[in-house]
Design a protein around this ligand. Structure first.
Ligand SMILES: O=C(O)C(=O)C[C@]1(C(=O)O)C=C[C@@H](O)C=C1
Length: 183
């Protein structure tokens, strides 16, 4: 087989892998948590080198208030949903801090483009919030605290790391994001 054909097949395989969902009943939810920790790269790119701090307690409050309100509409326990989102926010900050450290040490890796936080980045996070809440609803029966849920969560998480080829920073952030998924 020619090298060009192998390269073409490899590219197809990588595209397919990237579009796949992590395995099991918590796969979709885990996939959305992956997207959220990946969007943290854009958040960091928007803030790095500006006066905007990583921690924005007012925005966090706004996110969590919105989550509680939508959870009530969906007949989800609002405090349970807020707990899951607090973990998403901590995971996001973990990535931001990791990238700040990386970019401070290697300024040549700082992204060339600085996206706008309010108009380009937060709308993506807001769309993910809606998707994650819908998945929290769809997976309610799988997420009661049990060994079964922990097994499903581990399978989804490990498969996500492989499918999305997460580096250690994003792998650790995903673990943080999924910490409260069962219960
Ligand atoms: O919107 C931001 O400024 C973010 O940094 C994102 C985010 C989040 O995960 O939603 C994380 C940290 C901030 O404290 C507020 C919100």
């Amino acid at each position: 087989m020619a090298l060009s054909e192998i390269m073409r097949l490899l590219a197809v395989a990588l595209t397919l892998a990237a579009s796949l969902t992590p395995v099991g009943p918590l796969g979709e939810l885990t996939g959305l948590a992956v997207q959220r920790v990946q969007v943290a790269d854009l958040v960091a790119a928007a803030k790095f080198g500006t006066a905007q701090p990583i921690d924005d307690p007012a925005r966090e409050q706004q996110v969590l208030d919105g989550v509680r309100a939508k959870a009530v509409e969906l007949r989800l326990d609002p405090e349970n949903a807020a707990r899951f989102f607090r973990a998403q926010i901590e995971a996001n900050k973990l990535v931001q801090r990791g990238l700040y450290a990386r970019w401070t040490e290697h300024p040549e890796e700082v992204p060339q483009h600085r996206p706008d936080l309010a108009t380009e980045v937060r709308p993506v996070l807001d769309r993910l919030t809606t998707g994650i809440l819908a998945e929290l609803k769809d997976t309610e029966q799988f997420r009661r605290p049990s060994l079964k849920c922990e097994v499903h969560a581990t399978i989804a998480e490990r498969s996500a790391v492989v499918l999305h080829r997460l580096d250690r920073l994003h792998e650790n952030a995903l673990a943080e994001a999924m910490r409260t998924v069962c219960g």
